[in-house]
Design a protein around this ligand. Structure first.
Ligand SMILES: C[S@@+](CC[C@H](N)C(=O)[O-])C[C@H]1O[C@@H](n2cnc3c(N)ncnc32)[C@H](O)[C@@H]1O
Length: 341
């Protein structure tokens, strides 16, 4: 019997997460839905997924979870019936990619924590759900009630309730996949790593890859992880951003430069990955055309740009356009090349 697994995803890239699972031959995708991809894992490597936010092994799917507090008893008894030892062993087996350095997997001796979420009005809170299921999943149980934080290294469970259906699932890793160990420094507006990985997935890095507004370096670090040995150059006009990128990706090349005057010859760049500043930090607004004009200059004939932007700039032919929803914002992820028509 296969244990169903859920890869959680940023809204808008679910089909790319499914493609990553298929390409890595990790398992059989059974459903792609809002912010989730359900699959039957077939081999180790779950923690090697880069486009997913999180990966969870399903312990129980419980129907009939209504708004009344009696549902808490139903959830508690479903949690107690889960074979947690089997699931934890499975997570340790399926998590690390074969041949890779061991990944951080949960340590069952440190106890468990639970994080619950649901939409709509109910006669109980998320903490009631967590405290109902937690003691049945392992001991000691660390409640999150009153803002308490579980200690490091606990085994994390998630409960999601949608309509009348609840899913109780074990996080395969010791931390969510979107929390990358390389990201030791940050900048305002830094990119969510799975979204950067989705940009890389579309771009298919080759030759010289450039990010002219690199911030903390997320796009190029993801590109180097996807295509080891790729040549990557990151520029930012802020020296603090360049310092952050160098701390996060010490093996890549970073320098201070204006995105409107990229210090590279015409036609020399194969791929551009960029999320220029927008919303509150729109420093490029009004002069954004300088960036797009400069990208036309540096791009090679068959070059392409993958950008996360509020809207597609004029004068570019779009090969792929995905509407994203992240932290209340709705940018578009576009793959494009200069419109030569
Ligand atoms: C949204 S952030 C990019 C975040 C980055 N992708 C990351 O993962 O951290 C935009 C970046 O553009 C930089 N920037 C703004 N105007 C610029 C310009 N004219 N030239 C180069 N970089 C610029 C900012 O300093 C900021 O780091």
């Amino acid at each position: 019997m296969h244990t169903l697994t859920v890869a959680r995803s940023v809204r808008g890239i679910e089909h790319l997460v499914a493609a990553e699972i298929r390409q890595a031959r990790l398992g059989r995708v059974v459903e792609v839905r809002h912010r989730e991809v359900w699959f039957e894992p077939r081999r180790p490597g779950l923690l090697g997924l880069r486009l997913a936010d999180d990966v969870l092994l399903v312990g129980a799917v419980v129907d009939g979870i209504g708004p009344g507090r009696s549902s808490l008893r139903r959830l508690a008894s479903a949690a107690s019936a889960i074979d947690t030892a089997r699931l934890t062993t499975l997570a340790a087996h399926l998590g690390p990619p074969p041949g890779a350095a061991p990944c951080a997997t949960p340590d069952p001796g440190r106890g468990v924590d639970v994080s619950a979420s649901f939409l709509g009005r109910r006669g109980y809170t998320r903490f009631d759900v967590e405290d109902a299921v937690g003691p049945g999943l392992g001991r000691p149980y660390h409640s999150r009630r009153d803002g308490r934080k579980p200690p490091a290294g606990t085994t994390s469970w998630r409960v999601t309730v949608e309509g009348e259906r609840a899913v109780i699932a074990l996080r395969a890793g010791a931390r969510p996949l979107h929390r990358r160990p390389y990201k030791v420094r940050s900048v305002p507006g830094t990119l969510h790593p799975p979204l950067a990985a989705a940009m890389v997935h579309l771009a298919e890095p080759k030759g010289l890859v450039v990010d002219p507004c690199c911030g903390a370096g997320t796009t190029l670090i993801e590109a180097a992880a996807h295509t080891p040995g790729v040549r990557a150059l990151g520029f930012d006009h802020a020296s603090q951003a360049v310092a952050a990128a160098a701390a996060n990706g010490p093996d890549l090349a970073w320098s201070v430069a204006d995105a409107g005057r990229i210090p590279l010859p015409a036609g020399s760049v194969d791929r551009v990955l960029v999320n220029p500043p927008w919303q509150r930090q729109v420093r490029l607004a009004g002069e954004g055309h300088r960036l797009w004009r400069e990208l036309r200059r540096v791009l090679a004939g068959d070059g392409r740009v993958v950008a996360l932007v509020p809207e597609v700039p004029r004068g570019w032919a779009v090969q792929e356009r995905l509407e994203i929803s992240l932290f209340g914002r709705h940018p578009v992820l576009v793959m494009m090349s200069p419109d030569k028509s």
